[in-house]
Design a protein. Structure first.
Ligand code: SF4
Length: 707
């Protein structure tokens, strides 16, 4: 039997490594690293893509046919139905909701984009007339993108390709070896090259990441207090005169306001609130400012607090003060690729989104970025305020495990009159659906991947096997629904390769040609030679003080009072003396793919990392079952001792549920799911960010709780 090889991109994390699928007799027998094309393939140590993808493609538990609930909601009884019946039921419900309660009573609930699915879901919502598109933007990506936009005038601020000239790197709240690169696209290969060239490295993380052992300085701040740490370093850089004076004078606005503000607090205040010794704050600030250009690569950990936006702003301002923006070896701005802009596709001509009708009307940046924070959906369903949400279409998303306050999410989704969920496997969320639709993966259909959008790369994912049973690509589901709802003229006849040509038109190539080219890279610019257009801010400069933010009612500077808010909403007490932070295990993608036997063998159970002294005090030993209790509830995970942790911090694993548990328990989502312990309130008032880390808790042995 001949083996056909096909290049594609891993869909398990934001790195999107270039991989090769080995296809034999219509089956993917192996997935290997792409060593030939020259496209970056920075595979993680767990080799999540190569290990998991073959098993996922051909897993016997893949959803293969549309299903309709039999019996009570969440009861685990299903009946196979045709696509015609499934789509007909959704259309009938949506039309009756629209007539009776208005289109805004329908929610479009989207997960992490893989191909063009996200853009199709947004467009369907727009033509349908509902502004209520719910995405995880409120705790992933939006704060970084918005802070970059306000500070630099572009969300596409990335590490330069030139690895020779960088003087210092900071890896902050991210584990780039395992899960994506940093938000500014600093990939492990490039980090390694820079280290070989003598570049300094600072790691800022309460947990043990791979690069910590290579760091010149490893700082372990109190979870959720990163913004204050950045502000402390800014104070040192300014007061010791270490900033790039020429850059600051010529290319920034608001420096004097910042200088005045940092004089209002002491480094001892920062030390007390962040747990980082004063000397370490000074050492880090000096290293960053003296070894330029410096690239501070942040990760998702900085976004899981109610000070997320201001934290990102503080970090970017710190980076900018060193004169590292727009120079070789520092941060550059990438320009939009020649590709039909997904954001434009969301809004067909003549269909403005009815923002004023959105349940997220209060969140000025969420509205601007076309999403509703997840907890806003939950709260609206539970309270029927400002109006009732009656029905939802969910696309490859698992809110029961990924939204804050899992119990409230469960109550809300149980209350929802109608839920249609498109998924790869059954999940806790499909278990309480009315209709389940089988979704196809990239490789089972041709698509184009453009996410994360801020890297500006556009990637070709050709089809190389058939989907299982009757599974459809999500974009086809949206497309067919649009046609049945009477909006066919704004969509496509089919979501085939001809449709993909439309997306590539601005680049002048067809999808057929794209299969050989495989990737489109964006252009990039340095400040020199682009002085008139580098900073696309209102002032044409890097905005330390943002008048734009002020006009929107958002603090124009990352003040101390803003950055200390995470502590004010979650202070430890006698009942809850420890603090947990939020750990994404390296073997999985968020809450997904726990059905895969290969990776499950390596990571069979959720692990909570605990300092040995803290464990001893609680009578806990390595491998014991441990209850983790917070004000919101209690879960159980297995103890893994880690002497590198601060004694006051524990690190439970995120996203756990158990595909092997009975469906009538919704696959055991209550047992170990970290979001049982988080809360949907309070929220950061522009993006809807909530506190997902730095939450007080206690631990004790769980002898009575088998996993
Ligand atoms: S999960 Fe691993 S293999 Fe897949 S893109 Fe991420 S780093 Fe690469």
């Amino acid at each position: 039997m001949s083996v056909k090889k096909s290049g594609f991109f891993c869909f398990f994390c934001g790195k999107h490594c270039s991989l090769i699928a080995h296809v034999e007799d219509g089956k993917v027998t192996r997935v290997t690293k792409d060593k030939e094309s020259g496209i970056l393939s920075d595979i993680c140590p767990d080799a999540k893509g190569p290990v998991t993808i073959p098993g996922v493609y051909h897993h016997p538990d893949r959803l293969k046919y549309p299903l309709k609930r039999k019996g009570k909601k969440g009861g685990g009884q299903w009946e196979r139905i045709s696509w015609d019946e499934a789509l007909g039921s959704i259309v009938e419900k949506f039309q009756s909701c629209k007539e009776e309660f208005g289109p805004e009573s329908i929610a479009m609930v989207l997960g992490e984009p893989k191909g063009l699915d996200f853009a199709f879901g947004q467009r369907l919502a727009t033509v349908l007339g509902t502004p209520n598109v719910i995405t995880p933007g409120c705790y992933c990506g939006v704060q970084t993108a918005a802070a970059n936009q306000f500070t630099h005038g572009s969300m596409m601020v990335n590490a330069d390709y030139d690895t020779q000239k960088t003087g210092c790197m900071v890896i902050w709240g991210n584990n780039p070896r395992h899960i994506g690169g940093t938000f500014n696209g600093m990939m492990p290969t490039e980090i390694d090259e820079r280290l070989k060239n003598g570049c300094k490295l600072i790691v800022i993380d309460p947990g043990t990441i791979d690069y910590a052992s290579k760091a010149d300085l490893w700082i372990k701040p109190k979870p959720a207090m990163d913004g204050l740490l950045a502000l402390g370093m800014i104070k040192v850089v300014i007061e010791e005169g270490l900033y790039d004076k020429e850059f600051v004078a010529r290319w920034t606005v608001g420096f004097e306001e910042l200088k005045t503000h940092v004089a209002t607090f002491l480094l001892e205040d920062i030390e007390r609130e962040t747990w980082v010794p004063r000397d370490q704050i000074i050492e880090a600030a000096r290293m960053i400012a003296r070894h330029t250009p410096c690239i501070i690569g942040t990760g998702n950990a900085l976004e899981g607090t109610i000070a997320a936006l201001q934290t990102c702003r503080a970090v970017f301002i710190l980076n900018g003060l060193t004169g590292s923006v727009g120079v070789p070896g520092g941060l550059i701005v990438k320009t939009q690729n020649k590709f039909h802009r997904p954001g434009k596709f969301y809004f067909p001509k003549g269909f403005p989104r009815q923002k004023e009708n959105s349940i997220a009307n209060d969140f000025v940046l969420a509205i601007g970025s076309a999403y509703v924070p997840t907890q806003t959906l939950v709260n609206t369903i539970l309270t029927d305020k400002p109006y009732s949400i009656k029905a939802g279409l969910f696309s490859v998303t698992n809110p029961l495990c990924t939204y804050p306050d899992a119990k409230a999410t469960y109550d809300a989704l149980m209350k929802l009159e109608f839920m249609a969920v498109a998924e790869i496997f059954h999940t806790p969320t499909t278990a309480i659906a009315d209709i389940v639709l089988p979704a196809a993966l990239p490789g089972e259909h041709a698509t184009i991947a453009y996410w994360p959008a801020w890297t500006g790369q556009v990637k070709c994912d050709p089809k190389f096997i058939d989907p299982p049973g009757e599974a459809w690509p999500d974009m086809k589901i949206f497309n067919e629904l649009a046609k049945r709802l009477g909006f066919g003229e704004y969509f496509f006849e089919d979501t085939d390769e001809k449709m993909l040509d439309f997306w590539l038109k601005p680049s002048g190539i067809t999808f057929e040609e794209f299969k050989t080219k495989r990737i489109l890279y964006p252009d990039h610019a340095y400040l020199k030679g682009n002085e008139d257009k580098f900073f696309q801010t209102p002032s044409g400069k890097m905005e330390i003080f943002s008048a734009q933010m002020e006009q929107l009612g958002i603090s124009p500077l990352p003040y101390f009072e803003e950055l200390i808010k995470p502590k004010q909403v979650a202070a430890p007490s006698a009942d809850y003396p420890l603090i947990f932070t939020n750990r994404k295990e390296t073997g999985f993608m968020l809450s997904g793919y726990r059905s895969d036997p290969a990776m499950r063998k390596r990571y069979p159970e959720p692990l909570v990392e605990i300092h040995p002294d803290t464990a001893r005090e609680a009578g806990i030993e390595e491998g014991d079952r441990v209850y983790i209790e917070a004000a919101k509830g209690r879960i159980v995970q297995k103890a893994q001792l880690n002497s590198n942790l601060d004694r006051r911090v524990i690190m439970p694993a995120f996203g756990w549920w158990f595909p092997e548990a009975p469906e009538a328990t919704q696959y055991g989502w209550r047992k170990s799911n970290l979001n049982v312990l988080t809360n949907g309130y309070p929220e950061e008032l522009s993006t809807g960010a909530v506190q997902l880390r730095g939450i007080p808790c206690r631990i004790y042995k769980a002898d009575d709780a088998p996993l």
